[in-house]
Design a protein around this ligand. Structure first.
Ligand code: FBP
Length: 551
Protein backbone atom coordinates (compact mmCIF):
# COMPACT_ATOMS: atom_id res chain seq x y z
CA UNK A 1 0.00 0.00 0.00
CA UNK A 2 1.27 3.49 -0.90
CA UNK A 3 1.41 5.71 2.19
CA UNK A 4 2.67 9.23 2.88
CA UNK A 5 6.03 9.77 4.58
CA UNK A 6 4.30 11.05 7.74
CA UNK A 7 1.93 8.07 7.83
CA UNK A 8 4.87 5.67 7.54
CA UNK A 9 6.77 7.27 10.35
CA UNK A 10 3.69 7.61 12.57
CA UNK A 11 3.12 3.83 12.30
CA UNK A 12 6.29 3.42 14.34
CA UNK A 13 5.40 5.96 17.08
CA UNK A 14 5.14 4.18 20.44
CA UNK A 15 2.32 5.78 22.45
CA UNK A 16 3.13 6.56 26.06
CA UNK A 17 1.14 4.69 28.74
CA UNK A 18 0.52 5.65 32.36
CA UNK A 19 2.94 3.87 34.72
CA UNK A 20 0.05 1.86 36.23
CA UNK A 21 -0.61 0.30 32.79
CA UNK A 22 2.94 -0.06 31.50
CA UNK A 23 4.07 -2.39 34.29
CA UNK A 24 3.81 -6.18 34.21
CA UNK A 25 0.10 -6.77 33.56
CA UNK A 26 -0.16 -9.49 36.23
CA UNK A 27 0.40 -6.66 38.65
CA UNK A 28 -2.52 -4.38 37.61
CA UNK A 29 -5.20 -4.62 40.24
CA UNK A 30 -8.30 -2.52 40.94
CA UNK A 31 -9.14 -0.42 43.97
CA UNK A 32 -12.88 0.29 44.34
CA UNK A 33 -14.37 3.45 45.84
CA UNK A 34 -17.74 3.80 47.55
CA UNK A 35 -21.06 3.24 45.67
CA UNK A 36 -21.86 6.18 43.39
CA UNK A 37 -25.04 8.19 42.73
CA UNK A 38 -26.19 9.57 39.38
CA UNK A 39 -25.71 13.24 38.58
CA UNK A 40 -29.44 13.93 39.13
CA UNK A 41 -32.82 12.16 39.08
CA UNK A 42 -31.45 9.36 41.29
CA UNK A 43 -34.74 7.56 41.93
CA UNK A 44 -35.77 7.46 38.24
CA UNK A 45 -32.35 6.14 37.25
CA UNK A 46 -32.30 3.56 40.07
CA UNK A 47 -35.60 2.21 38.69
CA UNK A 48 -34.34 2.15 35.10
CA UNK A 49 -30.91 0.65 35.86
CA UNK A 50 -31.86 -2.01 38.41
CA UNK A 51 -28.71 -4.08 37.76
CA UNK A 52 -26.12 -1.44 37.08
CA UNK A 53 -26.98 1.63 39.19
CA UNK A 54 -24.61 2.77 41.93
CA UNK A 55 -21.42 0.87 41.05
CA UNK A 56 -18.22 2.18 42.68
CA UNK A 57 -15.42 4.08 40.95
CA UNK A 58 -12.53 1.83 39.90
CA UNK A 59 -8.85 2.87 39.96
CA UNK A 60 -5.91 0.75 38.80
CA UNK A 61 -3.24 0.16 41.40
CA UNK A 62 -0.37 -2.30 41.80
CA UNK A 63 -1.50 -5.70 43.04
CA UNK A 64 -2.20 -9.23 41.93
CA UNK A 65 -4.78 -9.77 39.18
CA UNK A 66 -5.82 -13.41 38.74
CA UNK A 67 -8.14 -12.86 35.79
CA UNK A 68 -5.98 -10.75 33.48
CA UNK A 69 -4.58 -13.75 31.56
CA UNK A 70 -8.06 -15.03 30.58
CA UNK A 71 -8.68 -15.78 26.91
CA UNK A 72 -11.23 -13.19 25.78
CA UNK A 73 -13.39 -12.40 22.77
CA UNK A 74 -14.22 -8.72 22.49
CA UNK A 75 -16.20 -6.69 19.92
CA UNK A 76 -15.48 -3.01 19.33
CA UNK A 77 -17.72 -0.30 17.83
CA UNK A 78 -16.85 3.20 16.63
CA UNK A 79 -19.96 5.30 17.13
CA UNK A 80 -20.95 8.78 15.92
CA UNK A 81 -18.77 11.48 14.41
CA UNK A 82 -15.10 10.84 13.69
CA UNK A 83 -12.51 12.04 16.22
CA UNK A 84 -8.71 11.84 15.88
CA UNK A 85 -7.30 8.89 17.83
CA UNK A 86 -10.07 6.30 17.37
CA UNK A 87 -7.63 3.91 15.69
CA UNK A 88 -5.33 4.12 18.69
CA UNK A 89 -8.13 3.19 21.12
CA UNK A 90 -8.56 0.03 19.07
CA UNK A 91 -4.77 -0.53 18.93
CA UNK A 92 -4.48 -0.13 22.74
CA UNK A 93 -7.38 -2.53 23.28
CA UNK A 94 -5.87 -5.04 20.82
CA UNK A 95 -2.38 -4.87 22.34
CA UNK A 96 -3.81 -5.27 25.85
CA UNK A 97 -5.87 -8.30 24.82
CA UNK A 98 -2.88 -9.97 23.14
CA UNK A 99 -0.59 -9.16 26.05
CA UNK A 100 -3.13 -10.76 28.40
CA UNK A 101 -3.48 -13.86 26.24
CA UNK A 102 -2.25 -14.24 22.63
CA UNK A 103 -5.31 -16.43 21.88
CA UNK A 104 -7.73 -13.58 22.67
CA UNK A 105 -9.64 -12.15 19.72
CA UNK A 106 -10.88 -8.68 18.80
CA UNK A 107 -13.80 -8.22 16.39
CA UNK A 108 -14.57 -4.87 14.80
CA UNK A 109 -18.27 -4.17 14.14
CA UNK A 110 -18.68 -2.51 10.77
CA UNK A 111 -20.37 0.87 10.30
CA UNK A 112 -21.14 1.68 13.94
CA UNK A 113 -23.79 0.21 16.27
CA UNK A 114 -25.71 -1.22 13.28
CA UNK A 115 -22.79 -3.67 12.90
CA UNK A 116 -23.68 -5.15 16.29
CA UNK A 117 -27.41 -5.23 15.52
CA UNK A 118 -26.85 -6.92 12.14
CA UNK A 119 -23.83 -9.02 13.16
CA UNK A 120 -21.50 -7.46 10.61
CA UNK A 121 -18.00 -7.86 11.99
CA UNK A 122 -14.44 -8.66 10.97
CA UNK A 123 -11.68 -10.09 13.10
CA UNK A 124 -9.02 -7.44 13.64
CA UNK A 125 -5.58 -8.98 13.21
CA UNK A 126 -2.14 -7.56 14.03
CA UNK A 127 -1.57 -6.89 10.36
CA UNK A 128 -4.75 -4.81 10.04
CA UNK A 129 -4.06 -2.88 13.25
CA UNK A 130 -0.48 -2.05 12.20
CA UNK A 131 -1.83 -0.23 9.13
CA UNK A 132 -3.82 2.17 11.31
CA UNK A 133 -1.60 2.92 14.32
CA UNK A 134 -1.39 6.64 15.17
CA UNK A 135 -3.46 7.65 12.13
CA UNK A 136 -6.65 9.74 12.02
CA UNK A 137 -10.04 8.58 10.78
CA UNK A 138 -12.40 5.78 11.70
CA UNK A 139 -11.94 3.93 8.42
CA UNK A 140 -10.52 0.77 10.00
CA UNK A 141 -14.13 -0.40 10.60
CA UNK A 142 -16.24 2.70 9.85
CA UNK A 143 -18.68 4.49 12.13
CA UNK A 144 -22.41 5.17 12.23
CA UNK A 145 -25.10 6.98 14.19
CA UNK A 146 -27.68 4.18 14.60
CA UNK A 147 -29.14 4.27 18.07
CA UNK A 148 -29.85 0.92 19.78
CA UNK A 149 -33.29 1.76 21.15
CA UNK A 150 -36.07 -0.60 20.11
CA UNK A 151 -36.67 -3.94 21.89
CA UNK A 152 -35.85 -5.66 18.57
CA UNK A 153 -32.48 -3.86 18.33
CA UNK A 154 -31.56 -4.81 21.91
CA UNK A 155 -32.57 -8.43 21.23
CA UNK A 156 -30.57 -8.49 17.98
CA UNK A 157 -27.48 -7.07 19.77
CA UNK A 158 -27.84 -9.77 22.43
CA UNK A 159 -28.09 -12.46 19.74
CA UNK A 160 -24.92 -11.21 18.01
CA UNK A 161 -23.01 -11.20 21.31
CA UNK A 162 -24.21 -14.76 22.04
CA UNK A 163 -23.41 -16.02 18.53
CA UNK A 164 -19.87 -14.62 18.63
CA UNK A 165 -19.44 -15.73 22.25
CA UNK A 166 -18.36 -12.22 23.24
CA UNK A 167 -17.00 -11.54 26.71
CA UNK A 168 -17.40 -7.84 26.06
CA UNK A 169 -18.45 -5.06 23.72
CA UNK A 170 -16.51 -1.78 23.73
CA UNK A 171 -18.45 1.26 22.50
CA UNK A 172 -16.25 4.20 21.50
CA UNK A 173 -18.56 7.19 21.40
CA UNK A 174 -19.85 10.49 22.76
CA UNK A 175 -22.55 11.19 25.34
CA UNK A 176 -25.39 9.66 23.30
CA UNK A 177 -23.38 6.55 22.33
CA UNK A 178 -22.27 5.99 25.92
CA UNK A 179 -25.88 6.37 27.06
CA UNK A 180 -26.47 3.48 24.67
CA UNK A 181 -23.56 1.61 26.29
CA UNK A 182 -25.20 2.05 29.71
CA UNK A 183 -28.56 0.78 28.41
CA UNK A 184 -26.90 -2.19 26.72
CA UNK A 185 -24.93 -3.11 29.86
CA UNK A 186 -28.19 -3.04 31.84
CA UNK A 187 -30.02 -5.09 29.21
CA UNK A 188 -27.29 -7.75 28.97
CA UNK A 189 -27.08 -8.16 32.76
CA UNK A 190 -30.88 -8.29 32.99
CA UNK A 191 -30.90 -11.13 30.45
CA UNK A 192 -28.34 -13.06 32.50
CA UNK A 193 -25.77 -12.58 29.73
CA UNK A 194 -22.10 -12.53 30.69
CA UNK A 195 -21.21 -10.03 27.92
CA UNK A 196 -19.80 -6.93 29.55
CA UNK A 197 -20.12 -3.43 28.08
CA UNK A 198 -17.41 -0.77 28.38
CA UNK A 199 -17.51 2.76 26.92
CA UNK A 200 -14.69 5.07 25.78
CA UNK A 201 -15.11 8.88 25.83
CA UNK A 202 -14.88 10.14 22.25
CA UNK A 203 -15.93 13.43 20.66
CA UNK A 204 -14.15 16.43 19.23
CA UNK A 205 -16.86 18.54 20.90
CA UNK A 206 -15.24 18.08 24.35
CA UNK A 207 -18.65 17.94 26.04
CA UNK A 208 -18.25 14.50 27.60
CA UNK A 209 -16.31 15.40 30.71
CA UNK A 210 -16.55 15.55 34.46
CA UNK A 211 -14.28 15.16 37.47
CA UNK A 212 -13.14 11.72 36.28
CA UNK A 213 -13.27 12.23 32.51
CA UNK A 214 -11.08 15.28 32.05
CA UNK A 215 -11.57 15.42 28.30
CA UNK A 216 -12.95 13.34 25.46
CA UNK A 217 -10.41 12.16 22.94
CA UNK A 218 -10.05 13.97 19.62
CA UNK A 219 -10.88 17.37 21.12
CA UNK A 220 -7.18 18.25 21.48
CA UNK A 221 -6.25 17.45 17.86
CA UNK A 222 -9.41 18.98 16.36
CA UNK A 223 -8.91 22.25 18.28
CA UNK A 224 -5.25 22.39 17.28
CA UNK A 225 -6.19 21.84 13.62
CA UNK A 226 -8.89 24.56 13.66
CA UNK A 227 -6.56 26.91 15.57
CA UNK A 228 -3.89 26.46 12.92
CA UNK A 229 -6.45 27.34 10.21
CA UNK A 230 -7.83 30.32 12.17
CA UNK A 231 -4.27 31.57 12.79
CA UNK A 232 -3.56 31.32 9.07
CA UNK A 233 -6.73 33.27 8.27
CA UNK A 234 -5.85 35.90 10.88
CA UNK A 235 -2.45 36.35 9.28
CA UNK A 236 -4.08 36.66 5.87
CA UNK A 237 -6.58 39.19 7.23
CA UNK A 238 -3.79 41.17 8.85
CA UNK A 239 -1.79 41.14 5.60
CA UNK A 240 -4.55 42.01 3.11
CA UNK A 241 -6.52 44.18 5.57
CA UNK A 242 -9.74 43.93 3.55
CA UNK A 243 -11.96 41.14 4.88
CA UNK A 244 -13.93 40.27 7.97
CA UNK A 245 -13.91 36.47 8.32
CA UNK A 246 -16.89 34.83 10.03
CA UNK A 247 -15.83 31.33 11.08
CA UNK A 248 -18.34 28.81 12.37
CA UNK A 249 -16.79 25.99 14.40
CA UNK A 250 -18.18 22.54 15.08
CA UNK A 251 -19.04 21.46 18.58
CA UNK A 252 -22.82 21.00 18.76
CA UNK A 253 -24.49 22.67 21.76
CA UNK A 254 -21.25 23.18 23.72
CA UNK A 255 -18.77 25.96 22.90
CA UNK A 256 -15.65 24.16 24.17
CA UNK A 257 -14.08 24.11 20.68
CA UNK A 258 -14.77 27.83 20.07
CA UNK A 259 -13.42 28.76 23.52
CA UNK A 260 -10.23 26.72 23.10
CA UNK A 261 -9.64 28.15 19.61
CA UNK A 262 -10.22 31.68 20.96
CA UNK A 263 -7.63 31.10 23.69
CA UNK A 264 -5.21 29.79 21.07
CA UNK A 265 -5.71 32.51 18.44
CA UNK A 266 -7.15 35.66 20.12
CA UNK A 267 -9.71 36.62 17.45
CA UNK A 268 -11.59 39.94 17.54
CA UNK A 269 -14.84 38.30 18.60
CA UNK A 270 -15.84 34.87 19.83
CA UNK A 271 -19.32 34.00 21.05
CA UNK A 272 -19.81 31.45 23.79
CA UNK A 273 -23.29 29.96 23.47
CA UNK A 274 -23.56 29.18 27.18
CA UNK A 275 -23.08 32.90 27.96
CA UNK A 276 -25.59 33.89 25.30
CA UNK A 277 -28.11 31.60 26.97
CA UNK A 278 -27.31 32.70 30.53
CA UNK A 279 -27.59 36.40 29.65
CA UNK A 280 -30.52 35.83 27.26
CA UNK A 281 -28.71 37.70 24.49
CA UNK A 282 -31.08 38.16 21.55
CA UNK A 283 -30.10 37.80 17.90
CA UNK A 284 -30.15 41.57 17.40
CA UNK A 285 -27.81 42.06 20.37
CA UNK A 286 -25.40 39.47 18.93
CA UNK A 287 -25.40 41.47 15.69
CA UNK A 288 -24.99 44.71 17.62
CA UNK A 289 -21.95 43.36 19.46
CA UNK A 290 -20.24 42.42 16.18
CA UNK A 291 -21.06 45.83 14.67
CA UNK A 292 -19.60 47.68 17.65
CA UNK A 293 -16.26 45.98 17.08
CA UNK A 294 -16.42 46.62 13.32
CA UNK A 295 -17.18 50.32 13.84
CA UNK A 296 -14.43 50.84 16.44
CA UNK A 297 -11.85 49.01 14.33
CA UNK A 298 -12.90 50.98 11.24
CA UNK A 299 -12.33 54.19 13.20
CA UNK A 300 -8.72 53.00 13.67
CA UNK A 301 -8.46 52.23 9.96
CA UNK A 302 -8.79 48.46 10.43
CA UNK A 303 -11.49 47.21 8.07
CA UNK A 304 -10.74 43.56 8.77
CA UNK A 305 -11.18 41.05 11.54
CA UNK A 306 -12.10 37.55 12.64
CA UNK A 307 -15.30 36.38 14.35
CA UNK A 308 -15.64 32.87 15.82
CA UNK A 309 -19.13 31.38 16.03
CA UNK A 310 -19.84 28.09 17.83
CA UNK A 311 -22.15 25.97 15.70
CA UNK A 312 -24.60 25.59 18.59
CA UNK A 313 -25.07 29.36 18.96
CA UNK A 314 -28.42 29.29 17.20
CA UNK A 315 -29.76 26.86 19.78
CA UNK A 316 -29.03 29.31 22.63
CA UNK A 317 -30.32 32.62 21.28
CA UNK A 318 -33.56 32.83 23.31
CA UNK A 319 -36.04 33.29 20.44
CA UNK A 320 -34.24 30.62 18.39
CA UNK A 321 -34.07 28.25 21.38
CA UNK A 322 -37.83 28.46 21.94
CA UNK A 323 -38.46 27.89 18.25
CA UNK A 324 -36.12 24.86 18.06
CA UNK A 325 -37.62 23.30 21.22
CA UNK A 326 -41.14 23.70 19.85
CA UNK A 327 -40.07 22.32 16.46
CA UNK A 328 -38.32 19.31 18.06
CA UNK A 329 -41.38 18.34 20.08
CA UNK A 330 -43.78 18.97 17.19
CA UNK A 331 -41.71 17.03 14.65
CA UNK A 332 -41.04 14.13 17.07
CA UNK A 333 -44.73 13.91 18.00
CA UNK A 334 -46.00 14.05 14.40
CA UNK A 335 -43.16 12.36 12.54
CA UNK A 336 -45.23 10.68 9.82
CA UNK A 337 -47.52 13.66 9.21
CA UNK A 338 -44.56 16.08 8.99
CA UNK A 339 -42.64 13.79 6.64
CA UNK A 340 -45.54 14.04 4.16
CA UNK A 341 -45.10 17.83 3.85
CA UNK A 342 -42.78 17.67 0.90
CA UNK A 343 -42.33 21.37 0.18
CA UNK A 344 -41.05 24.15 2.43
CA UNK A 345 -44.29 26.12 1.88
CA UNK A 346 -46.37 23.10 2.98
CA UNK A 347 -44.22 22.76 6.10
CA UNK A 348 -44.68 26.44 6.96
CA UNK A 349 -48.43 26.22 6.41
CA UNK A 350 -48.62 23.16 8.70
CA UNK A 351 -46.59 24.92 11.38
CA UNK A 352 -48.70 28.11 11.32
CA UNK A 353 -51.42 26.66 13.53
CA UNK A 354 -49.10 24.52 15.67
CA UNK A 355 -46.24 26.79 16.70
CA UNK A 356 -46.74 29.51 19.32
CA UNK A 357 -47.37 32.95 17.75
CA UNK A 358 -43.92 34.40 18.75
CA UNK A 359 -42.09 31.34 17.39
CA UNK A 360 -44.04 31.34 14.14
CA UNK A 361 -43.43 35.07 13.67
CA UNK A 362 -39.72 34.65 14.41
CA UNK A 363 -39.45 31.77 11.92
CA UNK A 364 -40.86 34.09 9.27
CA UNK A 365 -38.27 36.80 9.95
CA UNK A 366 -35.42 34.39 9.14
CA UNK A 367 -33.93 34.17 5.65
CA UNK A 368 -35.74 31.25 3.91
CA UNK A 369 -32.54 29.17 3.57
CA UNK A 370 -31.96 29.33 7.36
CA UNK A 371 -35.64 28.53 8.11
CA UNK A 372 -35.35 25.56 5.73
CA UNK A 373 -32.22 24.32 7.52
CA UNK A 374 -34.06 24.49 10.88
CA UNK A 375 -36.80 22.22 9.53
CA UNK A 376 -34.40 19.57 8.23
CA UNK A 377 -34.52 16.02 9.61
CA UNK A 378 -33.19 15.52 13.18
CA UNK A 379 -30.34 13.07 13.82
CA UNK A 380 -31.21 9.62 15.28
CA UNK A 381 -30.86 11.05 18.81
CA UNK A 382 -33.44 13.79 18.11
CA UNK A 383 -30.88 16.63 17.85
CA UNK A 384 -31.12 19.47 15.32
CA UNK A 385 -28.21 19.08 12.91
CA UNK A 386 -26.59 22.35 13.89
CA UNK A 387 -23.62 21.70 11.62
CA UNK A 388 -26.00 22.23 8.69
CA UNK A 389 -27.35 25.61 9.81
CA UNK A 390 -25.36 28.38 8.15
CA UNK A 391 -25.17 30.74 11.13
CA UNK A 392 -22.12 32.48 9.67
CA UNK A 393 -24.17 33.51 6.62
CA UNK A 394 -27.13 34.55 8.75
CA UNK A 395 -24.88 36.82 10.82
CA UNK A 396 -23.04 38.29 7.81
CA UNK A 397 -26.40 39.21 6.24
CA UNK A 398 -27.71 40.83 9.43
CA UNK A 399 -24.44 42.67 10.12
CA UNK A 400 -24.43 44.06 6.57
CA UNK A 401 -27.96 45.42 7.05
CA UNK A 402 -27.17 46.98 10.41
CA UNK A 403 -23.96 48.59 9.14
CA UNK A 404 -25.87 50.11 6.20
CA UNK A 405 -28.22 51.70 8.74
CA UNK A 406 -25.31 53.00 10.83
CA UNK A 407 -23.71 54.42 7.69
CA UNK A 408 -26.89 56.30 6.82
CA UNK A 409 -26.92 57.77 10.33
CA UNK A 410 -23.28 58.80 9.91
CA UNK A 411 -22.12 56.47 12.69
CA UNK A 412 -19.98 54.16 10.50
CA UNK A 413 -17.44 55.23 7.94
CA UNK A 414 -15.62 52.00 7.14
CA UNK A 415 -15.79 49.38 4.39
CA UNK A 416 -17.28 45.99 5.14
CA UNK A 417 -16.54 42.94 3.08
CA UNK A 418 -17.13 39.54 4.71
CA UNK A 419 -16.30 35.91 4.01
CA UNK A 420 -17.90 32.91 5.70
CA UNK A 421 -16.12 29.67 6.68
CA UNK A 422 -17.15 26.51 8.47
CA UNK A 423 -14.46 24.39 10.12
CA UNK A 424 -15.54 20.97 11.27
CA UNK A 425 -14.78 18.11 8.95
CA UNK A 426 -11.26 19.53 8.41
CA UNK A 427 -10.26 18.49 11.93
CA UNK A 428 -12.13 15.29 12.71
CA UNK A 429 -9.74 12.91 10.93
CA UNK A 430 -6.42 14.71 11.38
CA UNK A 431 -3.40 12.64 12.44
CA UNK A 432 -3.83 12.55 16.24
CA UNK A 433 -1.53 14.87 18.17
CA UNK A 434 0.94 13.10 20.46
CA UNK A 435 -1.45 13.85 23.33
CA UNK A 436 -4.40 12.18 21.58
CA UNK A 437 -2.24 9.29 20.31
CA UNK A 438 -1.08 8.57 23.90
CA UNK A 439 -4.44 9.26 25.55
CA UNK A 440 -6.38 7.07 23.10
CA UNK A 441 -3.95 4.17 23.31
CA UNK A 442 -4.19 4.37 27.12
CA UNK A 443 -8.02 4.47 27.00
CA UNK A 444 -8.03 1.32 24.84
CA UNK A 445 -5.56 -0.48 27.11
CA UNK A 446 -7.57 0.63 30.13
CA UNK A 447 -10.77 -0.80 28.53
CA UNK A 448 -8.96 -4.15 28.24
CA UNK A 449 -8.06 -4.18 31.95
CA UNK A 450 -11.66 -3.31 32.91
CA UNK A 451 -12.92 -6.20 30.76
CA UNK A 452 -10.32 -8.68 32.01
CA UNK A 453 -11.28 -7.71 35.57
CA UNK A 454 -14.94 -8.55 34.89
CA UNK A 455 -16.47 -5.04 35.02
CA UNK A 456 -19.51 -3.90 33.02
CA UNK A 457 -21.33 -0.57 32.67
CA UNK A 458 -18.10 1.47 33.03
CA UNK A 459 -16.48 4.21 30.99
CA UNK A 460 -12.73 3.85 30.48
CA UNK A 461 -11.08 6.72 32.35
CA UNK A 462 -7.57 8.18 32.20
CA UNK A 463 -6.93 11.37 34.17
CA UNK A 464 -4.28 13.69 35.60
CA UNK A 465 -3.75 14.55 31.94
CA UNK A 466 -1.80 17.78 32.34
CA UNK A 467 1.03 15.76 33.88
CA UNK A 468 3.43 13.59 31.82
CA UNK A 469 1.78 10.35 30.65
CA UNK A 470 3.66 8.22 33.20
CA UNK A 471 1.76 10.05 35.97
CA UNK A 472 -1.70 9.58 34.46
CA UNK A 473 -4.24 7.76 36.63
CA UNK A 474 -6.39 5.08 34.97
CA UNK A 475 -9.55 3.17 35.88
CA UNK A 476 -13.28 3.16 35.20
CA UNK A 477 -16.24 5.45 35.94
CA UNK A 478 -19.72 3.89 36.30
CA UNK A 479 -21.80 5.10 33.35
CA UNK A 480 -24.92 5.66 35.47
CA UNK A 481 -22.97 8.12 37.61
CA UNK A 482 -22.92 10.61 34.71
CA UNK A 483 -26.62 10.36 33.87
CA UNK A 484 -29.77 12.40 34.37
CA UNK A 485 -33.24 12.51 32.78
CA UNK A 486 -33.81 14.82 29.80
CA UNK A 487 -36.55 15.60 27.31
CA UNK A 488 -35.75 13.72 24.07
CA UNK A 489 -38.03 13.02 21.11
CA UNK A 490 -40.92 14.48 23.11
CA UNK A 491 -40.48 12.35 26.29
CA UNK A 492 -38.13 12.01 29.32
CA UNK A 493 -35.15 9.72 28.67
CA UNK A 494 -32.06 8.72 30.69
CA UNK A 495 -29.01 10.38 29.14
CA UNK A 496 -25.41 11.21 30.00
CA UNK A 497 -25.36 14.88 30.93
CA UNK A 498 -23.61 17.09 28.38
CA UNK A 499 -20.83 19.16 29.91
CA UNK A 500 -21.25 22.73 28.71
CA UNK A 501 -18.78 25.60 29.16
CA UNK A 502 -18.81 26.77 32.79
CA UNK A 503 -19.00 30.54 32.99
CA UNK A 504 -17.36 30.66 36.41
CA UNK A 505 -14.40 28.49 35.47
CA UNK A 506 -10.87 29.63 34.51
CA UNK A 507 -10.94 29.00 30.73
CA UNK A 508 -13.99 31.24 30.23
CA UNK A 509 -12.83 33.85 32.77
CA UNK A 510 -9.40 34.05 31.10
CA UNK A 511 -11.07 34.65 27.74
CA UNK A 512 -13.59 37.14 29.18
CA UNK A 513 -10.80 39.16 30.81
CA UNK A 514 -9.15 39.83 27.45
CA UNK A 515 -11.89 39.93 24.84
CA UNK A 516 -12.64 43.67 25.04
CA UNK A 517 -9.05 44.38 24.04
CA UNK A 518 -9.12 41.81 21.21
CA UNK A 519 -12.38 43.35 19.89
CA UNK A 520 -10.61 46.62 19.04
CA UNK A 521 -6.86 46.01 18.92
CA UNK A 522 -5.46 43.34 16.60
CA UNK A 523 -4.07 40.75 19.04
CA UNK A 524 -3.96 37.65 16.84
CA UNK A 525 -1.87 34.60 17.80
CA UNK A 526 -0.58 32.15 15.20
CA UNK A 527 -0.28 28.66 16.73
CA UNK A 528 0.91 26.92 13.53
CA UNK A 529 0.43 23.26 12.69
CA UNK A 530 0.52 20.29 15.04
CA UNK A 531 4.09 19.13 15.67
CA UNK A 532 4.78 15.43 16.10
CA UNK A 533 8.55 15.52 16.55
CA UNK A 534 10.51 17.93 18.69
CA UNK A 535 10.55 19.40 22.19
CA UNK A 536 7.77 18.28 24.57
CA UNK A 537 6.52 21.87 25.14
CA UNK A 538 5.71 22.08 21.43
CA UNK A 539 4.63 18.48 20.80
CA UNK A 540 3.02 17.03 23.92
CA UNK A 541 1.08 19.95 25.46
CA UNK A 542 -2.66 19.49 25.65
CA UNK A 543 -5.36 22.17 25.36
CA UNK A 544 -5.16 25.55 27.10
CA UNK A 545 -8.63 24.78 28.46
CA UNK A 546 -7.45 21.69 30.31
CA UNK A 547 -4.33 23.43 31.56
CA UNK A 548 -6.39 26.34 32.90
CA UNK A 549 -8.98 24.01 34.44
CA UNK A 550 -6.28 22.13 36.29
CA UNK A 551 -4.02 25.06 37.15
P1 FBP B 1 -20.23 13.27 17.94
O1 FBP B 1 -21.08 14.00 18.92
O2 FBP B 1 -20.82 12.03 17.43
O3 FBP B 1 -18.83 13.07 18.45
O4 FBP B 1 -20.05 14.19 16.65
C1 FBP B 1 -19.49 15.44 16.71
C2 FBP B 1 -19.77 16.25 15.47
O5 FBP B 1 -18.57 16.45 14.75
C3 FBP B 1 -20.42 17.59 15.84
O6 FBP B 1 -19.46 18.55 16.21
C4 FBP B 1 -21.20 17.91 14.61
O7 FBP B 1 -22.31 18.74 14.89
C5 FBP B 1 -21.66 16.56 14.14
O8 FBP B 1 -20.72 15.64 14.59
C6 FBP B 1 -21.80 16.46 12.63
O9 FBP B 1 -22.42 15.27 12.32
P2 FBP B 1 -22.24 14.48 10.96
O10 FBP B 1 -20.91 13.79 11.01
O11 FBP B 1 -23.35 13.49 11.00
O12 FBP B 1 -22.32 15.47 9.85
Amino acid sequence: MDVSALQKIRYTYKPKLPACLSQNIDNISIEFGVPTESDADQQDLKNLFKHSYGKPLATFVSGKNDTIRRELKVGVILSGGQAPGGHNVIAGLFDGLKKGNPASKLYGFLGGPSGLINNKAIELTGEIIDNYRNTGGFDIIGSGRTKIETPEQFAASYETAEKLGLNAVVIIGGDDSNTNAALLAEYFTGKGSSTQVIGCPKTIDGDLKNEYIETSFGHDTACKTYSELIGNIERDANSAKKYWHFIKLMGRAASHIALECALQTQPNICFISEEVEAKEISLSRVVDQICQSIVKRADNGDNFGVVLIPEGLVEFIPEMKNLIEELNDLIAGNEEEFAKKSSFIDQLYWLETKLSIPSYEFLNTLPPEIARELLMARDPHGNVQVSRIETEKLLIGMVEKHLAKLKKEGRYKGKFSALGHFFGYEGRCAFPSNFDADYCYSLGFCAFVLIASGLTGYLSSVRNLVKPAAEWIAGGVPLTMMMNMEQRHGSKKPVIKKALVKLDDRPFLTFAAQRDIWAVKTSFLFPGSIQYFGPAEVCDQTTKTLMLEKS
